[in-house]
Write a protein that binds this ligand. Sequence first.
Ligand SMILES: N[C@@H](CCC(=O)N[C@@H](CS)C(=O)NCC(=O)O)C(=O)O
Length: 206
Amino acid sequence: MTLKIYGVAASRAIRPLWAAEELGIPYEHIPVHYQDTAALNAPAFRALNPNGTVPAIDDHGLVLFESLAITLHLARTRPEGGLWAASAAGPSQILQWTLWAATEIEPLARQWFHHTSFLPPEQRRPELAEAARAQLQTRLRVLDQQVEEQPYLLADGFTVADLNLAAVLQRLAALGGEHFPHATAWHQRCLGRPAAQRAMALRQLQ
Ligand SMILES: N[C@@H](CCC(=O)N[C@@H](CS)C(=O)NCC(=O)O)C(=O)O
């Protein structure tokens, strides 16, 4: 039995796929598309994720949804894989940055993306995109300062906190990255990792 990861790589499933690649875990990838309503509504899939969204995982019988919870789970249960923190403070800092990504960054990044690209043109409202981008600037300054004097969010080195935030901020360049050189360099360090590249290459296959 292997870990099963559901969801096309061109979705939030990139997060658990990247984590699995970092950890070197064997996994089976089931590329359910987020627009495939028949697949998302199938009883077998709803049993994995009652929200009818991707990603979901089945980790040897433990079924989970929520992409960032999944990456935390994978990192925490495979500490030898190096994504969890070795220091006493590290696990709490991982939660801090992951919740920050989920609550302070993702809603704004999503609003910007929806109103610039994702929604049909007639439903886009440029003022909402611009408002989200403007609000993100103060948050990006916080990130920029955090990685000004150390390469990753935690003193421990690269952890699942970096993976989660870098994945949530996948469109950093368009969100004002040019004003935040340390954040941009951090983002490039994260996405340039071989495991990230392998996970992103899965997008070409779908
Ligand atoms: N907070 C959830 C969001 C999941 C989500 O909305 N996934 C999108 C794809 S990235 C989806 O499946 N959308 C299909 C739908 O909403 O019908 C997570 O991080 O896993």
